[in-house]
Design a protein around this ligand. Structure first.
Ligand code: NI
Length: 397
């Protein structure tokens, strides 16, 4: 492997990658609205002479470099931003109030375009196709599932897939992941507690949904404490509560939302079922009626193939040094890269992006999240190395 040479090549196009990343950062677009981002990707691929299929999954782009029936591997980047007001002072700050690339997907897209450029330069020597998946709607829209169901992993069949995600709690120049389950299965939760409104001075003539909702919030926590195996992991977080308008009126209803997390689909289903049962019965015990829903898409857990992480770890060590690669514990965050890993082996790898010197210390989804652009060329080199090494392995084995 010539990973150091790859890193040098990636550094040589660093300015180009950073410029792309900044253009995407300035124009953040939410899930399935990635119109300009998609256009920028297609224009860039056109400039590079890379062929692609678009649209796929509404605003996605599926590029292919290399031909033939040799091993086909895939690399993936997500494209969508978040409904967050950016609080970072930058020359290329978000130009759309209330929208921000706070999860680093601008970096992911730019790095994959960088990989496209380097792979295109060596297209003639590739033993088979490399597919580049630019997917929309990671943030709750299950864009990965759409890409999969619209054939991104077929024809030719992808044999391995890799993805990178910025990790701002790991220093720039390092990577982390693990074999097996890296990220959780996730679900949204919505509860409407129906009561009967009335004068706050006459609670006996009303049915108070506020008290019932408060009990439900506390009660569901006992599921995690008392019903889940202490060696297993699960989360129920109630994150919003809305009810009532006036201090002296008992409201008609209270709405709660939140999220449920577990490390397996079965674990997620179990917690969902028990949350529903528990909240409905707390409602009943308090003369209320509860509607419990799990809206949107439940994401499966992100489960890495052990061999693919071995390969990524070796590449990381070769590129960045032994000490730059670490084993990550499982995290209760979710990721729709999980949908690809349900179908083909692969690995989702965390790319270090923490740099105190430039205030890049905030977690993703924070309004002050700041990417360390010094990590972008590392990401480009990793992408290319993952693809080349996997193709070489698959071709010889
Ligand atoms: Ni993300």
């Amino acid at each position: 492997m010539h990973n150091q040479a790859l890193l040098a090549e990636a550094r040589a196009i660093e300015d180009w990658v950073i410029a792309l990343r900044r253009r995407i950062h300035q124009q953040p677009e939410l899930m399935y609205e990635e119109i300009e981002t998609s256009r920028l990707i297609r224009d860039t691929l056109d400039e590079l002479g890379v062929s692609y299929r678009a649209p796929i999954a509404e605003t996605g782009v599926l590029a292919t470099i290399g031909t033939g029936d040799g091993p086909c591997v895939a690399l993936r980047a997500d494209m969508d931003a978040l409904p967050i007001y950016e609080e970072v002072e930058l020359d290329f700050r978000s130009q759309v109030d209330g929208k921000m690339h706070a999860c680093g997907h601008d970096c992911h897209t730019a790095m994959l375009l960088g990989a496209a450029r380097l792979l295109k330069q060596r297209e003639d020597s590739l033993p088979g196709p490399v597919k580049l998946l630019f997917q929309p709607a990671e943030e709750g829209g299950a864009g990965g599932e759409r890409m999969r169901s619209e054939g991104a992993l077929e024809d030719p069949a992808v044999q391995r897939i890799f993805g990178l995600h910025v990790m701002p709690w790991i220093p720039t120049g390092e990577i982390a992941s693990r074999a097996g389950t890296l990220l959780a299965a996730t679900s949204a939760l919505k509860i409407i507690m129906h009561g009967k409104g009335g004068h706050a001075a006459a609670p006996h003539m009303s049915v108070d949904p506020v008290v019932a909702a408060a009990k439900a919030v506390v009660e569901v926590q006992s599921l995690i404490a008392r019903e889940l195996d202490p060696l297993d992991s699960g989360v129920v977080s109630i994150t919003t509560m809305h009810g009532g308008e006036v201090f002296n009126v008992i409201p008609q209803q209270v709405e709660l939302t939140g999220t449920i997390r577990a490390l397996t689909v079965e674990g997620l289903r179990l917690i969902q079922a028990r949350v529903k049962e528990m909240v409905e019965h707390v409602a009943l015990a308090n003369r209320c009626r509860a509607e419990v829903d799990f809206p949107g898409h439940d994401y499966p857990p992100t489960v890495n193939d052990a061999h693919c992480w071995d390969l990524a770890r070796d590449i990381g060590a070769d590129l960045l040094g032994e000490s730059a690669v670490s084993e990550s514990p499982p995290l209760m965050a979710g990721e729709d890269f999980a949908y690809y890993l349900e179908q083909v082996p692969g690995c989702f790898v965390g790319l270090g992006m923490q740099n105190e010197a430039i205030d890049a210390i905030y977690n993703v989804h924070h309004p002050r999240f700041k990417a360390d652009e010094a990590a972008l060329s590392i990401g480009v080199a990793l992408h290319v190395a993952f693809a080349l090494a996997s193709q070489a392995e698959l071709a010889s084995g």
